[in-house]
Design a binder for this molecule. Sequence first.
Ligand code: FAD
Length: 415
Amino acid sequence: MKKQINIIGGGASGLFAAAIARQQGAEVTLFEQKSSPGRKLKITGKGRCNITNMAPLSEFLEHFNQRGRFLRHAFNMFFNEDLIQYFEAIKIPVIIERGERVFPASQSAKALTETLIQHVASSGVQIKTQARVNRLIIEDNIIKGIQCQDDHKFYAADAHIISTGGKSYPLTGSSGDGYKMVSRFGHTITPLFPSLVPLETVESIPKELSQLLLKNIRVQAIIDGKSLKPEFGELQFTDSGLSGATILTLSRLLIPALNDQKTIMIDIDLKPALDHKALDKRLLRELSENANKRFITILRNLLPKDLISLCIKQVQIDPEKTGMNITAEERRKLKLWLKSLRFNISKGRSWSEAIVTAGGVDTREISPKTMESKLIKQLYFAGEIIDVDGDTGGFNLQAAFSTAYLAAISASQNE
Ligand SMILES: Cc1cc2nc3c(=O)[nH]c(=O)nc-3n(C[C@H](O)[C@H](O)[C@H](O)COP(=O)(O)OP(=O)(O)OC[C@H]3O[C@@H](n4cnc5c(N)ncnc54)[C@H](O)[C@@H]3O)c2cc1C
């Protein structure tokens, strides 16, 4: 007999689980509380959807928190090459960009999501929208069905996959419902906090800097005077502080430190390719070649124009001074500023701006071989609801797709 599977939540992992379970021959119903599935998937990767990363498995796992090893089996079952093959088979060709990041060739998260939804619907999955599941019906530690908030009906099934996501970007539907539903039946939810999130600075950010994007820089976080491993890449100024890939990555470690009342400073090296000696040589050359030009004009050769007034204010060099009149001490100050522009961090931004949720259903209570709950039989987990979160770069979506694949294969099997 065909297995009946209910899937709770139609995001990246729920949609994918639905497609795989259907492929396995199961009768599948997908419950999504919003008026359409895949809302978050549609806005991923700045509208381009970074679906995965081509890093090899050992390196891939390093991009997750300590619980990353929980994903090893799921990745062994279904990894980046498999995902690409799957998408290409449903006519979503991909391209690989810098940093091994994989995007749909259409460069459109919306188009990818719509194609995936179409594929799921046409494969015979019943998609119920505006169907907010608010209760799991469990008897003798076996899940028997679910109940929806609006119609209070009982929807029975042989197996259930819970893929309600986390708490980040709640407008897309990830309201944290899944945590409440499963914790009622004994699952532990590890502390939740927004991750991959912009940071606010103590110093106010000058208007001209807001939205300035710095590329190819080195960013280091200093917690209570102790420096962390530096990140290289992009940093973006915002109205209230700092964002961009380097900052989002660092936020995973900095938010818990902020919660512990630690002092955090961000140190930006604007010239990482030059050491102090080489930069000094470069400054000497710049000043002598422009001996009669004003300092403010010379800075244009060294900095994005929006950073010039901050530089002048902080190094306290007269902007009208000509290159030949800049003293050795002033040159030293400028060099130190270029190598170490510092901001103090006051807090992280809220859930509404976090790319992922850190924390979630304790991985010790889920079988890594099947994604089945160790507490409730025939209940499987997929996606961000699980306590694993990764860096930016396609890691989180691959985790959502791989856990969905494994949950769907396991749930579809007859006992
Ligand atoms: C702005 C942004 C950009 C991102 N870009 C990338 C990227 O480029 N690459 C990458 O790897 N990751 C990216 N991520 C992270 C990635 O989108 C998530 O990790 C991924 O979507 C998680 O998938 P999920 O299915 O677990 O949860 P979600 O996609 O959040 O889906 C959960 C679904 O469950 C539904 N739901 C919740 N509760 C209920 C309920 N009670 N009843 C019924 N339905 C319910 C929700 O409405 C939602 O549709 C990005 C995230 C954000 C916010």
